[in-house]
Design a protein around this ligand. Structure first.
Ligand SMILES: [Mn+2]
Length: 388
């Protein structure tokens, strides 16, 4: 994708302009980001997903048994029969993993790293339905799928912003409105992290939220140090072979800090391990139980492909790749694999192609390392045969 091509998705801005002026900075309203948008899923299908055990769903009822009552799925048919006429919202997480046409929407966001994308959440709201004024710590693109929703945006918030007392929801106590729009199908609103927003359904409506993920500094530090510690031996300790006799035995001298800092820097500064950890962490699947495969020999793989088999990425799997010296690292569903540089085009194909088959894999089918890689990914469950 050329980052200097004006995009309809971004209201005629180029990806470069959008990243420079809006991304992580300020909201952008795009009228008709998608022309004649027809939601690939309707309210009944969304409610159907919320009945499934493996799907994460919530219902927020503004005037429920308690104000802003939160119920967690899976729900039953009966739940939907007993809801009030209005002022409630059903939210279903990761619909892209269950509905391929929803996953296809993500193709439009390829100017952003796929490992930054979290999921496509879809909400259905009855008139007046809302989850209250709030802020998120993540970027989001809100695409109106069906019906109309009024969006108000407000102040920038942080963890000190006052919230209503609520056991589960983070609803802002104060909302200082700065702008307001009514979104119709195909319209899209981009919101940067921490910007207060308040969406209220004007009629029965569906809204798609393309949400992003960014690990917190606390997560980076705790998870990376956990990862690093697997490679450290018990013998490696604070050491002070260079120490001098002390004048006050109770004082911690600054040279001790210096030794600690060099111990930390030596490990924290290991870029190869940092990359390995990061790739694994960012490709960890949301639903690991949905990434499972079966062992397959290289002969069986070739036979299947020759008989017309189609291999697709598991919609629950996440993949990314990177370079390390002359080699490549492939990250797939929380695991990493070091590969020779010659496999670069294959890696790019595996990460991006809608389907793998005898035709687009032709040049690799005679190569041992390529076959082994594909078999490994099928065994791990990141790739799988279509229609099985
Ligand atoms: Mn939000």
């Amino acid at each position: 994708m050329n980052s200097d091509t004006p995009l309809q998705l971004l209201g005629g801005l180029t990806a470069r302009e959008f990243m420079r002026d809006y991304w992580q900075k300020k909201p952008l309203l795009v009228r008709q980001a998608f022309t004649d948008f027809e939601s690939p899923i309707d309210a009944d299908e969304l409610a159907g997903l919320a009945l499934e055990e493996e799907v994460e769903s919530r219902i927020v009822i503004e005037h429920g048994e308690t104000p802003w009552e939160l119920r967690r799925g899976p729900f039953t048919e009966e739940t939907f029969g007993t809801l009030p006429e209005r002022d409630w919202t059903l939210l279903v997480q990761s619909v892209d993993q269950f509905v391929p046409e929803v996953a296809e929407l993500l193709e439009h966001f390829r100017f952003l790293p796929s490992w930054r994308i979290d999921d496509v959440m879809i909400s259905f709201a009855t008139p007046g339905g809302s989850v209250g004024p709030h802020f998120d710590n993540y970027d989001v693109f809100l695409l109106q799928g069906h019906g109309k929703r009024n969006w108000k945006v407000g102040q920038m918030c942080n963890s000190d912003s006052p919230l209503l007392e609520h056991p589960d929801l983070r609803i802002l106590a104060d909302f200082e409105q700065s702008d307001e729009w009514s979104l119709e199908p195909g319209d899209m609103l981009y919101l940067p992290p921490r910007l207060a927003h308040y969406g209220v359904a004007e009629d029965n409506c569906l809204t798609y939220s393309v949400g992003f993920r960014a690990p917190s500094a606390a997560e980076v530090l705790t998870h990376f140090t956990d990862f690093l510690s697997q490679f450290l031996t018990d013998e490696e300790r604070y050491s002070d072979a260079d120490a001098q006799p002390v004048s006050d035995p109770h004082q911690i001298q600054h040279d001790a800090l210096g030794r600690l800092k060099s111990l930390l820097n030596e490990h924290m500064g290991d870029e190869r391990l940092l990359l390995t950890w990061f790739g694994q962490f960012m490709t960890e699947p949301r639903y690991p139980e949905m990434v499972a495969g079966e062992a397959l020999s290289e002969e069986e793989l070739i036979d299947s492909l020759e008989q017309g088999a189609i291999i697709i990425r598991n919609p629950s799997a996440r993949m990314a790749w990177s370079e390390v010296d002359d080699n490549l690292l492939l990250f797939a569903s929380g695991q990493s694999r070091l590969l020779p540089g010659e496999l670069r085009e294959l890696l790019k194909l595996i990460c991006s192609a809608d389907a793998l088959h005898a035709e687009n894999l032709a040049q690799w089918l005679g190569d041992e390392a390529s076959l082994e890689l594909i078999c490994e990914l099928i065994k791990q469950g990141s790739l799988g045969f279509a229609n099985e």
